[in-house]
Design a protein around this ligand. Structure first.
Ligand code: NAP
Length: 280
């Protein structure tokens, strides 16, 4: 197809990354996908043996910050210019703030924020020289709304939303689009094998948090969102002449984020006089 693009997608072993890689390849695009072990890398390439040259598996943990620029340079030189970077690799940490360690916070930001930033820092110079490209950061509705027990995850996704929106403004003059894609709840491995859960230790939080933890575990695999439909939506986004800085995926995300914005606006109005009182 004439509009075929080259995608670089982090984390294509399961969930959104796997679904997007499949949809992009089936639509005629070329995909370089990252995986964290050789078995998964081979499985990814074998899956698309019938489409030679369209699927390239690359071994990468996005927290290997030294490896990122080298791998990106190799991909650009040996496979070809990348049109679309999708920072998809990420995971959720679940735990009450007081019960969660600094090591867990650091790991959450290493993967969800610094990993994505490392990828963008490596690709932006190539895209800027070409005056062409699209950076897509998979954030979350948790990058707008919060709930007890996922402070570190929300913090990481708020951070990525902020970096992404700023970069959108810095790069639009170079014809490089930046979109933060914020999904609601989807049927991936996010709340299953991928989630890290801090052990419980403070009974004071039982009443607040136990129902949240139990309900998230019970809903895993039954969430409303279909990753294959998210993949089709992202392909539409990539074809758009004017991609937005933010895109929500899923009616749950839409309802919750709209609700938050209304509450926020009401709070701004309630406190407006005090806010204005500091001028002059
Ligand atoms: P998933 O099925 O668990 O997929 C996560 C992918 O990220 C896997 O391929 C995983 O590789 C990879 N990954 C994790 N840590 C990595 C690292 N350090 N380096 C490289 N790859 C790494 O879950 P998912 O829902 O598709 O997650 C994709 C993104 O969507 C995440 O950023 C997540 O926060 C976001 N998200 C998900 C939902 C949802 O409801 N599912 C909602 C909002 C946002 P391995 O197989 O090696 O672990």
């Amino acid at each position: 197809m004439s509009t075929a693009k080259t995608f670089f997608i982090t984390g294509v072993s399961s969930g959104f990354g796997h679904a997007l890689a499949r949809a992009a390849i089936e639509a005629g695009h070329r995909v370089i996908g990252t995986l964290r072990n050789e078995k998964d890398r081979q499985r990814f390439e074998v899956e698309y043996l019938s489409r030679p040259g369209q699927a390239h598996g690359v071994l990468l943990d996005v927290t290997d910050f030294d490896a990122v620029p080298r791998i990106v340079a190799e991909v650009e030189q040996k496979i070809g210019p990348v049109d679309v970077l999708v920072n998809n690799a990420g995971y959720g940490h679940e735990g009450i703030f007081e019960e969660s360690g600094m090591d867990e916070l650091k790991r959450q930001f290493d993967v969800n924020v610094f990993g994505a930033v490392a990828m963008m820092k490596a690709f932006v110079p190539y895209m800027r020289q070409r005056r062409r490209g699209h950076l897509i950061n998979i954030t979350s509705m948790g990058g707008f709304i919060t709930m007890p027990g996922i402070a570190f995850y929300c913090g990481s996704k708020f951070a990525l939303e902020g970096i992404s929106e700023t970069l959108h403004k810095e790069l639009q003059g170079f014809n490089i689009a930046v979109t933060a894609v914020a999904p609601g709840s989807f049927r991936t491995d996010w709340a299953g094998r991928s989630m890290t859960r801090s052990p419980r230790s403070i009974a004071d939080y039982d009443e607040l948090f136990e129902p949240i933890r139990e309900s998230r575990m019970a809903r895993s695999g039954k969430q409303p969102g279909d990753p294959a439909k998210a993949a089709q939506a992202i392909l539409k986004l990539v074809q758009s002449a004017h991609p937005p800085a933010h895109l929500l995926l899923g009616s749950d995300a839409l309802g919750l984020v709209r609700g938050k914005l209304e509450q926020f606006d009401a709070s701004l109005t309630e406190w407006e006089a005090l806010t204005r009182s500091t001028d002059g």
